[in-house]
Design a protein around this ligand. Sequence first.
Ligand SMILES: [Zn+2]
Length: 175
Amino acid sequence: MEITNVGVRLVTGTSDRLKAFCTITIDDSFVVRDLKVVDGPNGLFVAMPSRKRTQRCPRCSHKNEVRARYCNECAAELPPERGDRTHDGKPASHTDIAHPINSECRELIQRCVLEAYDREAEEFQTPVSTHGEEEPPTTTPPPPSPPSPPSPTTTTRPSPSAPPGDDDAFGAGIL
Ligand SMILES: [Zn+2]
């Protein structure tokens, strides 16, 4: 199996642990969306696409979160949920939609996704770090940017950081 393409959409402007959404293509044939790059206690890791689990109220059929004890709609007491459990014995709140079933595959996906994420994150940071300034305080998040547009403006963009060549250029156009 080969990961033939990885798309990365950075999540910026928040201090959240969620860093990016990713889409992978397997063997040029099968696409899986909504993988997440998450900043965990042991560093970045890749979370598989998942959905919130629900259970239906036996009285009114309203869909409730699996950890709810009473129905949100009719307040009936809900029976204990018998599905997946987390390590501490509580019902798992989310379930994976697609996931690897061996560590070899998990590591392959993780490696490909994190490499693509690193490239994307580096590219994103390059324009704001040219002067080596301090990072802005976390209370003023950078403005959200559109997802990696092509950059047709590179040839027309003025370069304010370019110093004047010599004394001849002094006062030529800079006031
Ligand atoms: Zn109900």
